[in-house]
Design a protein around this ligand. Sequence first.
Ligand code: HEC
Length: 228
Amino acid sequence: MKKSAILTGLFAGALAMAGCGGAHGDDPGRAYMPDMYYSRAYEAYGYNNQPEDHDLKSRGAYFNGMPVIGTVARGESFPFPIAAGDSGYARAASFVSPLPSMKLTAAQTKEAERIYLINCAICHGTALDGNGPLWKNGDGPFPAAPRNLKDDYTKKLSDGQIYHVITYGKGQMGSYASQVKPEQRWWIINYIRGKQGGGAPATDSTTAAAGAPAGGAMAGTDSTTKTK
Ligand code: HEC
């Protein structure tokens, strides 16, 4: 008898609490322990409004909440620590493809072709001759002539430069960083090289690659590094 009275009392109390705050419409009512419902989350690398952290600088410690330069994101196997712009494009000349070898398997080549056809052929053409449907010898809607990817000029571009162009764009060509993943960019470059016939051109490729270790490592890192 006593027990059931206590239980009924607790139940009534719970009901009363659930109803408190007069919840109606979007009003969720009163929250019990709000810190548990609404966490004080901070964006990674975002502005940190912890006064103790701000104080670090005045105490001689360097802290800006950002990862140190050259940090490679977890799962990012193809870092490209070169910034956009002309100077980045020039530096990209010595950046060596991190693909273990420039030979893809037949299946990979097919996939590289598929990605090229989706992203690049509309301008550069299925034959890589720079005459895709958006250009059509100047009759297409695109205002600038896409590069013939089989001409000597492109043969002499280093893999790193082409990677830079796909990543950041160049002239009238926009960036394809959001459409094409880093690894896929190297695959496309590999595909283009294959279509150019006989891989890289005899001249210049060695000078471009000289001094740059394989595996995509670079000597020095831009302080303005932004890896896309
Ligand atoms: C919307 C049209 C368009 C698409 C799509 C496009 N490009 Fe281009 N591309 C251009 C134009 C235009 C140029 C010439 C840019 C200039 O020099 O002003 C160019 C230039 C280039 C160059 C020469 C860069 C240099 O250093 O001079 C390469 C290499 C290239 N594109 C590769 C690609 C690849 C790979 C893709 C697909 C991921 C692609 N493009 C997609 C229009 C396009």
